[in-house]
Design a protein around this ligand. Structure first.
Ligand code: PBG
Length: 344
């Protein structure tokens, strides 16, 4: 059988030379140097934003659900920021692990200028000035006893009351020296309220990166374990404010509202499971668009790599490359330092 196919093939070629493919895309894939000069997407450390967990302890502590990631002391954060600077990673995103004693129904500790994240911001600004960008979440979940991003009254997350607190939280973060506030709460109208509050407090230069298309995703699991908000949240979910994964047009509406309200940059989250959304948003609006490769997306790759099922280094690099290919201007990723080191 195989012989006959070969014979036919040879015969055809003799009679119809045109049967050779006239375009051979494989020709340009022959060597690494050749592939590199025609690569359409190039990942660089400048595309990466490094999320950091900070806790109020002297020593760093591992996070079981996120192998390779630690809860850092403020000192540990300063070392990481210095490493980011040396690696060419332009910014870090800070996530505080808030002690249970500072959690309450009304999240009041979010507004305390002496809270952990504010102390961390000031420490970074003192030691690094403006050399590395500081991005901070605006949301109440680290501070609420119930683990929700907003105020919970009679089983409902109150929108407008939450927005009022978020606007104050953003001003507290800006006053501490944060460069970018990133509302991750998905309340309606929060970007406008935050912009107004920042401007009124003379923080016109503080940028807003809105988590515009943020899905109610199961891939945030390890992050919530890292923060301890998983236990607070219990079996509850965030589906009354975060987006339904079934929806795509709605993401476009979310982004257009946030831009109209004054967002400087928008974010899509999670990243790998929303590449279609990322692509659509970048194509539609052409504005600075970030993607967050979230904890579950990170841990999936790490878990498979730890089992020897995939090559973790190659898989993480590939995942970030395709996120950029889909349209991300920058990517929040826990792989940031490793990848930046590899790219150097
Ligand atoms: C909090 C917040 C979450 C993440 C970033 N900010 C979790 C959530 O919304 O429950 C997830 C990040 C990750 O999973 O890596 N509003």
């Amino acid at each position: 059988m195989a012989e006959r196919i070969i014979q036919n093939d040879q015969a055809d070629h003799g009679i119809f030379p045109a049967a050779f493919p006239s375009t051979r895309l494989r020709r340009m894939r022959q060597h690494a140097w050749l592939r590199s000069i025609v690569a359409e997407t190039v990942l660089s450390p400048a595309d990466l934003i490094w999320p950091l967990f900070v806790h109020d302890h002297q020593a760093n502590a591992p996070i079981a659900a996120m192998p390779g990631v630690e809860r850092l002391s403020i000192e540990g954060v300063l070392r990481a920021v210095e490493e980011a600077r040396q690696l060419g990673i332009p910014a870090v995103a800070l996530f505080p692990v808030v002690e249970a004693t500072h959690k309450s129904d009304d999240a009041r500790h979010a507004l305390d200028p002496q809270n952990l994240v504010c102390r961390t911001i000031r420490a970074i600004r003192e030691s690094c000035g403006n050399s590395v960008g500081i991005i901070c979440d605006v949301a109440l979940d680290p501070y609420t006893s119930h683990g929700h991003d907003g105020l919970l009254v009679n089983g409902q997350i109150l929108n407008d009351e939450t927005v009022a607190v978020l606007a104050r939280q953003a001003v507290v973060l800006a006053a501490a020296g944060c460069h970018v506030v990133a509302p991750s709460d998905m309340m309606d109208g929060r970007v406008a309220a935050i912009r107004r509050a920042l401007d009124t407090a003379l923080h016109q230069n503080v940028c807003i990166l809105s988590y515009a298309a943020k899905y109610a995703s199961s891939f945030y699991g390890p992050f919530r374990m890292a923060l301890g908000s998983a236990t607070s949240l219990g079996t509850a979910d965030k589906k009354t404010y975060q987006m339904d994964s079934a929806n795509s047009d709605e993401a476009i509406r979310e982004v257009s509202l946030d831009l109209a309200e004054g967002a400087d940059m928008v974010m899509v989250k999670p990243a790998i499971v929303s590449l279609d959304i990322l692509y659509r948003i970048k194509q539609t609006f052409g504005v600075p668009t970030m993607a967050y490769q979230v904890s579950g997306e990170y841990s999936m790759i790490q878990a498979a790599a730890a089992n020897g099922w995939i090559d973790g280094q190659k898989a993480s690099l590939e995942s970030l490359l395709v996120i950029k290919r889909a349209g991300a201007d920058a990517i929040l990723t826990y792989f940031a330092p490793e990848i930046a080191r590899g790219l150097k």
